[in-house]
Ligand binder design. Structure first.
Ligand code: AMP
Ligand code: MN
Ligand code: MN
Ligand code: MN
Length: 284
C-alpha cells in the first residue's frame, strides 16, 4: 500500500496546550476515527508526549512525537510543526521553555486590554479556568471564557471580535525566530513543517521569501491538507509544495469536540501528486 493511503493526522492539541482532551483521550479518538499514524503537536510544549506515546501503543496506533512552535517572522506569527522530535533533547526543551516564558505576562496584558477597550473585566481569571498547563495560557483559553460569559457566540466569533490583531485583547508578542525553530527541530532529529500556510496574511512576495528562507534552514514540508484550509487551498498548497520541493503534511489541528473545525482523522487524503512526509517513517 503506498504511504499516501495511510490515514495520517499529524497535528492536534491536548490539555498540555490549548486542546481540551488529554493525550490518552486524543489517542482513543484518533483510533475511533480511523487514524493510522498520529502526532501530538502541542504549542511550544512536549510534556504530553510520553503519555501520548503510551496511549498510542495501548490502542495500536502508530505515533509520531511532535510540537508546534510559535515563531515571529517579518512581524507576523507563523507556526512551525516539528515531527518525530526527540522530546529528551535539551536544546529543544530549553528553546521551548524560552518560547513559553512570555505567555503569563502577555495574558495579563491581554486581560487589561479587554478591560480597557471592551469593558470586559476579570478575563485573566476567567481564562485560567480553562488552562490545563500553567505555562501555556493562550488566546484559545480567553476565547472559551468570552463564549462562557456570553460576549461571543463561538470561539471563532471570539477571534473575529476580540484577540486578533487590532481587536481588544490582542497584545503583540515576539516568539522564537524561524531559524531557531527549525534548528531546534532538526537538532532533535525531527523534520520541520510550515503549519497551515493559508492562514498567514502575507503578500505573494513575502510567501516566496518565507518558503525560500524556511528551505534554506533545512525546512522540509508544508501542511497542505489541514483543518485551516478550504478545498481550493488543498489544491493550491499541494502545488506550492511541489514547486518548492517540499513534502506535504496532513493534520486536522483538532482542539476540542465543541469547535466547528474538522475532527481528528476526517480530512481528505493527499492527492497522488504529493509526497507524504510520513513516508519518512512509515511505508505501509
Ligand atoms: P496563541 O498561541 O496564544 O496566540 O493562540 C493561538 C491559538 O488560537 C491557535 O493555535 C488557535 O488554536 C487559536 N486561534 C487563532 N485564531 C483562531 C480563529 N480564528 N478561530 C479559532 N481559533 C483560533
Ligand atoms: Mn491552538
Ligand atoms: Mn497553528
Ligand atoms: Mn495547531
Amino acid at each position: 500500500m503506498p504511504a499516501s493511503t495511510l490515514n495520517a493526522d499529524l497535528h492536534c492539541h491536548s490539555i498540555f496546550s490549548d486542546g481540551v482532551l488529554t493525550p490518552s483521550q486524543l489517542a482513543e479518538r484518533a483510533k475511533k476515527y480511523g487514524v493510522d499514524v498520529w502526532a501530538l503537536t502541542d504549542h511550544d510544549e512536549i510534556s504530553g508526549i510520553a503519555t501520548a506515546r503510551a496511549a498510542a501503543l495501548d490502542c495500536d496506533l502508530r505515533f509520531i512525537p511532535g510540537v508546534e512552535i510559535s515563531v515571529t517572522w517579518a512581524s507576523k506569527t507563523i507556526h512551525i510543526v516539528g515531527l518525530n522530535v526527540d522530546e529528551t533533547n535539551v536544546t529543544l526543551i530549553d528553546g521551548l521553555a524560552k518560547t513559553r516564558s512570555g505567555r503569563e505576562r502577555r495574558a495579563q496584558d491581554m486581560s487589561d486590554d479587554l478591560a480597557k477597550r471592551a469593558g470586559i473585566s476579570g478575563a485573566y481569571q476567567g481564562a485560567l479556568k480553562y488552562v490545563g498547563n500553567p505555562d501555556l495560557i493562550s488566546r484559545s483559553h480567553f476565547a472559551r471564557h468570552l463564549v462562557e460569559i456570553g460576549a461571543c457566540t463561538s470561539v471563532s466569533d471570539a477571534f473575529k471580535h476580540y484577540l486578533s490583531d487590532g481587536k481588544p485583547g490582542f497584545v503583540p508578542h515576539r516568539w522564537a525566530t524561524l531559524s531557531e525553530a527549525v534548528s531546534w527541530i532538526k537538532g532533535a532529529g525531527g523534520l520541520a513543517v510550515i503549519a497551515h500556510p493559508g492562514r498567514y496574511d502575507l503578500t505573494p512576495i513575502a510567501f516566496d521569501s518565507l518558503f525560500q528562507e524556511f528551505r534554506s534552514y533545512g525546512g522540509m514540508a508544508i501542511e497542505t491538507i489541514t483543518g485551516s484550509h478550504s478545498p481550493d487551498q488543498y489544491d493550491e498548497y499541494a502545488k506550492v509544495a511541489n514547486y518548492y520541493g517540499f513534502f506535504a503534511s496532513r493534520g486536522s489541528d483538532f482542539h476540542s469536540p465543541d469547535d466547528d473545525g474538522i475532527d481528528i482523522g476526517l480530512l481528505p487524503a493527499l492527492p497522488a501528486s504529493s509526497k507524504p512526509i510520513w513516508g519518512h517513517w512509515f511505508d505501509t
